[in-house]
Design a protein around this ligand. Structure first.
Ligand SMILES: Nc1ncnc2c1ncn2[C@@H]1O[C@H](COP(=O)(O)OP(=O)(O)O)[C@@H](O)[C@H]1O
Ligand SMILES: N[C@@H](CCC(=O)OP(=O)(O)O)C(=O)O
Length: 358
């Protein structure tokens, strides 16, 4: 295999697993399982993040449209997840692979302790050669407790497990430089520049059964690549796609990984929702932090403590226009930070080792 990955996260979107009528495509699931089994037999660790609970539920029950969308999603996912995991379990059994079900919510990642709980569980499953099949627990994840989509969840798991690569399988060949339906649009094969503004050519269109869309995929992919993990976005409806990606035979989009970040930095990068404090930095500090040099945030660069926080909390760093610059762990409380505000020769509020910049 051309790419020498030893731990891979594979995310399969609803559209890959379903036919045009929204019902599960068993043949395709079978083919993907066969490829994953092959990869696993090469000694590569695989974690599967699979959507498809709602689609599987749809194959089991008809629900009247008098119920609201959230309730219907809960009903379908509750029924469908059982069917989905049973399908995987039976198919992987043919290859003597044990698979397990891991259902999570955003809440399970809210602090370092919960984060490490999940990490330890997944590591233990892998030590026992079990293939974890992860999905969001759609039955209890509603509204603000939801991940944007399973791409966000897959990015989090890839960072948490220090994976070498994250493969996102969707129903298009990768990111196109224009509308994917137009013949003139081409697949971008490599992204290695953090500054690309995808919004000029990636529309907010979603595939028929997708949740987040391509724009959320690109944001997540950039973030994950920045943490040192290669991201491949490819067409999961094509035969042999997983093998072809690893053999560098399939046209698709690859995000080149940057220098690997520490485990703690990876956790901080995905902790925006659990941040308590907000600190505004001045123009000089912004320039220093966003330069190529490793820089800590010193009190002299802080213009305002906008919301309170305790020592050890995750805090957001924003610029004068309230744009998020990064996230970090506070070395001391907001009370102490206010005392040091604007002063020189003080201990950093956020040390570089615990700072993630957007
Ligand atoms: N520039 C683009 N390149 C590729 N896909 C795009 C682009 N702009 C919009 N899309 C849409 O994004 C969809 C894939 O995202 P999504 O629906 O979230 O898939 P999934 O369910 O696999 O996660 C494609 O089907 C396509 O219609
Ligand atoms: N958790 C849901 C899928 C959510 C989701 O993000 O779907 P997709 O955009 O197709 O990856 C399910 O299993 O039906």
């Amino acid at each position: 295999m051309a790419f020498n990955y030893r731990r891979i996260i594979i995310k399969i979107g609803s559209n890959v697993l379903t036919k045009h009528n929204g019902l599960p495509d068993l043949q395709r699931i079978e083919h993907l399982v066969e490829q994953i089994a092959f990869i696993k037999k090469q000694g590569i660790e695989v974690i599967l993040v699979s959507s498809g609970a709602v689609a599987s539920g749809r194959s089991l029950i008809n629900v009247s449209d008098k119920y609201d969308a959230v309730a219907v999603r809960q009903l379908l996912a509750s029924l469908g997840q059982v069917k989905l995991i049973n399908t995987y379990s039976k198919l992987f059994e043919r290859f003597d692979i044990l698979c397990s079900q891991v259902l999570v919510t955003k809440e399970d990642f809210r602090d370092r302790l919960h984060y490490l709980n999940i990490k330890n569980c997944l590591e233990l499953l892998m030590q026992h050669q079990v293939l974890p099949v992860v999905n969001e627990n759609d039955v209890v994840s509603v509204t603000e407790l939801m991940f944007t989509d399973n791409d966000e969840l897959a990015g989090l798991i890839a960072s948490m497990l220090n994976a070498h690569a994250l493969i996102l399988l969707t129903n298009v060949d990768g990111i196109y430089d224009g509308d994917p339906k137009l013949e003139t649009s081409k697949v971008i094969d490599e992204v290695n520049n953090k500054a690309i503004d995808f919004s000029s050519f990636v529309s907010s269109d979603r595939s028929q059964f997708g949740r987040g869309g391509m724009i959320t995929k690109t944001h997540m992919a950039q973030k994950v690549a920045q943490l040192g993990i290669a991201v491949h976005i490819a067409n999961g409806t094509k035969d042999n796609i997983l093998k072809d990606i690893l053999d560098e035979k399939a046209p698709h989009t690859r995000f080149v990984p940057h220098k690997t970040a520490s485990g703690k930095k990876k956790w901080i990068a995905h902790s925006e929702t659990s941040a308590t404090g907000i600190v505004s930095v001045n123009a000089g500090a912004k320039a220093a932090l966003t330069s190529n040099k490793a820089t800590s945030l010193l009190p002299v660069g802080i213009s305002e403590i906008k919301t309170d926080f305790k020592k050890g909390d995750i805090i957001k760093l924003v610029d004068g226009a309230n744009q998020l610059i990064g996230l970090g762990i506070a070395e001391y409380s907001s009370e102490k930070a206010r005392e040091k505000l604007g002063l020189k020769n003080q201990k950093p509020l956020v040390h570089y080792d615990y700072l993630y910049l957007q």
